[in-house]
Design a protein around this ligand. Structure first.
Ligand SMILES: *[C@@H]1O[C@H](CO)[C@@H](O)[C@H](O)[C@H]1NC(C)=O
Length: 172
């Protein structure tokens, strides 16, 4: 009986140590999102809020829809690699924080055809804000991760900003 148990244990140990272990791969990725509510090529628009569709995004309760260019470098003239499409809701009573839920849809470069789903808060008065990567498609299927957002440039008067997103992803 104990011999049988010994063989059983050995078999299990053999299986555990010889089968390939599926360690997640980790990928780090930096890209820039250009968020322009006014001016040439504006790609963000408020659609609802306490004072109607034209409510300011810096006011609590305002909802905006974005279709922002995503570039490889901090300049809007650097290589376009995708679009950031989704929703921002000003969800902090003092107006200084957004809730964001959007897709980064890669249209060019290494991850063309894949996407990341981003969700989290953006308390934009902070230098660095951390958000979640909840899923993805294509190359990023089964992805989980986090990202850190920094404001590279922001002009409050014209509501134009460039955001640096540095995401760290685990996938298979
Ligand atoms: C991106 O974030 C990782 C870890 O979160 C860090 O090690 C790396 O230096 C960052 N890269 C850039 C370009 O900020």
């Amino acid at each position: 009986m104990s011999n049988l148990f010994f063989i059983f244990t050995l078999t299990i140990l053999y299986a555990v140590y010889t089968f390939p272990t599926f360690q997640p791969k980790q990928t780090s990725l930096v890209f820039y999102v250009h968020d322009h509510f006014t001016g040439d090529h504006s790609t963000a628009a408020t659609v609802a809020g306490k004072t109607g569709a034209a409510s300011n995004i810096l006011q609590f309760g305002t909802v905006a829809i974005v279709d922002d260019p995503v570039t490889e470098g901090s300049s809007i003239d650097s290589a376009l690699i995708g679009r950031a499409q989704g929703i921002y809701v000003n969800s902090q009573l003092d107006g200084k924080g957004l809730y964001m839920v959007f897709s980064v849809i890669f249209t060019n470069g290494e991850f063309k055809g894949s996407s990341l789903e981003i969700q989290g808060s953006d308390i934009f008065t902070m230098k660095e804000r951390e958000f979640g990567i909840v899923s993805g498609t294509g190359y990023f299927r089964f992805v989980k991760g986090y990202g850190v957002m920094e404001t590279e440039f922001m002009d409050i008067a014209t509501l134009r900003a460039t955001l640096k997103l540095n995401v760290t992803l685990q996938h298979y």
